[in-house]
Design a protein around this ligand. Structure first.
Ligand SMILES: NC(=O)C1=CN([C@@H]2O[C@H](COP(=O)(O)OP(=O)(O)OC[C@H]3O[C@@H](n4cnc5c(N)ncnc54)[C@H](O)[C@@H]3O)[C@@H](O)[C@H]2O)[C@@H](O)CC1
Ligand SMILES: Nc1ncnc2c1ncn2[C@@H]1O[C@H](COP(=O)(O)OP(=O)(O)O)[C@@H](O)[C@H]1O
Ligand SMILES: [K+]
Length: 461
């Protein structure tokens, strides 16, 4: 079992292709089953294990794991939902010489290993499987899912079972799948760990990866406030939102944050206040990123300001909040300067419509259509450009409080203005800092606390 930061996130079809490219399918199942067996043996501490096996290769992994546990002298029973149907599963089942109980009335055990369905689940579970599975998972003191909890759709993260039970541990085989990073599937999985199978990084190198902590250097010895990144924020109707973005930008490492417009003088004294007589005041060549949207309002003045910034194409832009409702996405592909869009689900729908597929698919489609970096915020946040996507699986649901999106916008703008990597890398760095600050804040914090926490979060890197 190893950690999963930065690793690929691979669809069921891509996983099958990587498995075929590897060639030694029996060897892969052996590693998978043994990896599960080793993990379960450590955690079971001698308690009886019940392995539930399905008809496909997920079931095959279960038979291998059960055989390994038995060979290690562990108490283990096997129950099945169906006879093995794939050749690999038949071969694995043939090596399990103990009894195989039918699922319906099998006695529960302290340790439950669910090897019923993995990436091959193709339809909702019948009650004949779902009911005993739920009973056995709930009766166990530790339930472990092999690859995925049975009942989870691999590529969408949807639940194909009612009242899905919760597992303590999910052992992803070979690579993470989308369901390991998407809700609602993720909330049923408990801790998620990877069992490496030796598949080549090349075969797995899909376009989607888990986020990893950014590498952010301290300012150069000869740095000055402008070289650290100057962030300009356009103020609209709700100045508090813009102030949160400005403070977050400074605490994420920007050297200078200026509010353009009437924001009153509240907030940290370090924030510079400038009038916004006309948009020409935003022509300052030292500006590294302009934020427009937090608290902007949706009136004609706001619309005109956004249109002017997009048409000017003078600075990298971070477009959030109200500005997303005013944005014509067709104006984006022609720009030279990078644009980062940070919609939550409602804003995403307003700009791009419903879309189809998972949030990963939808973010990628939006990025392809606009050429912008799209940060699709939510419980899972997806950062996508035309070529790839980075996924942050969330963590602290206390982030669901007003103003935390404004803080994120400021953090991303600081990374963009400070030139911390390419625009997608800068956006991912901002998402990581924001989520880590949220983790540090704990419970029932407010957006101001989150902005404050960015200083120590940045210091932790
Ligand atoms: N991709 C890889 O690199 C590896 C995959 N392995 C395992 O193989 C699994 C995928 O195996 P399979 O493709 O055989 O798929 P599964 O074992 O997940 O399930 C497929 C079987 O279940 C049946 N089925 C699907 N949905 C059903 C439903 N709702 N009710 C009843 N029956 C249903 C199908 O008809 C088929 O027989 C992975 O999750 C993983 O556990 C490992 O053995 C080793 C390596
Ligand atoms: N349930 C949740 N779990 C994890 N993160 C969340 C959750 N809900 C919201 N967030 C995060 O909090 C932020 C909220 O942003 P947004 O909806 O724009 O709020 P606001 O407009 O009030 O600033 C986003 O970064 C989002 O990813
Ligand atoms: K499973």
């Amino acid at each position: 079992m190893i950690a999963i930061e930065g690793g690929p996130v691979v669809t069921a079809a891509a996983m099958r292709a990587a498995e075929q490219a590897h060639g030694d399918l029996t060897g892969l199942m052996e590693r998978a089953g043994r990896g599960v067996g080793e993990a379960v043996r450590r955690l079971a501490a001698g308690a009886e294990v019940l392995v539930l096996c399905g008809p496909g290769n997920n079931g095959g992994d279960g038979y291998v794991a059960a055989t390994y546990l038995r060979d290690m002298g562990h108490r283990v029973r096997v129950a099945c939902t169906d006879v093995p149907r794939s050749d690999l599963a038949k071969a694995a089942a043939a090596r399990w010489t103990g009894p195989v109980e039918p699922l319906a009335d099998v006695r529960s055990a302290a340790i439950l290993v669910d090897a019923v369905f993995g990436t091959g689940l193709s339809r909702p579970l019948d009650a004949t499987i779902a009911d005993p599975l739920r009973r056995l998972v709930e009766a166990a003191s530790l339930a472990v899912a092999v690859d995925l909890p049975s009942g989870v759709a691999t590529d969408s993260g949807a639940l194909l079972v009612e009242d899905a039970p919760g597992y303590a541990l999910t052992l992803a085989l070979g690579a993470l799948k989308p369901a390991h990073v998407l809700q609602p599937a993720m909330r049923t999985m408990g801790a998620i760990r990877l069992v490496p199978l030796g598949l080549s990084a090349h075969d797995l190198s899909g376009a989607v990866a888990m986020i990893a902590p950014p590498r952010l250097a301290a300012p150069d010895p000869d740095s000055h406030k402008y070289s650290r990144g100057m962030v300009a924020i356009v103020v609209g109707q709700m100045a508090g939102a813009a102030r949160l973005s400005a403070e977050a930008a400074l605490r994420s490492g920007a050297g200078y944050a200026a509010l353009y417009g009437d924001a009153s003088e509240l907030g940290p004294a370090a924030i510079v206040h400038r009038p916004l007589a006309d948009m020409a005041s935003l022509d300052d060549p030292r500006i590294g990123a302009i934020v427009i949207g937090p608290g902007l309002g949706r009136d004609e003045a706001a619309r005109a300001r956004l249109a002017t910034l997009i048409a000017a194409d003078r600075h990298p832009l971070v477009v959030d909040g109200d500005a997303l409702h005013l944005l014509d996405p067709a104006t984006l592909p022609d720009r030279d300067c990078p644009v980062i869009l940070t919609p939550h689900a409602g804003e995403f729908k307003a700009v791009f419509g419903e879309g189809s597929g998972s949030v990963i698919d939808r973010a990628r489609d939006a990025a392809r259509a606009t050429g912008a970096v799209v940060v699709f915020k939510g419980a899972t946040t997806v950062i996508a450009n035309r070529h790839r996507a980075i996924v942050h699986p969330g963590g602290n649901s206390w982030l669901s409080t007003a103003g935390t999106g404004d803080v994120l916008t400021g953090a991303i703008a600081a990374m963009l203005a400070g030139e911390h990597g390419t625009p997608i890398e800068a956006a991912a760095a901002g998402v990581w800092l924001h989520a880590e600050a949220g983790r540090r804040c704990g419970t029932s914090f407010i957006a101001d606390d989150l902005a404050t926490a960015l200083t120590l979060t940045r210091a932790s890197l």
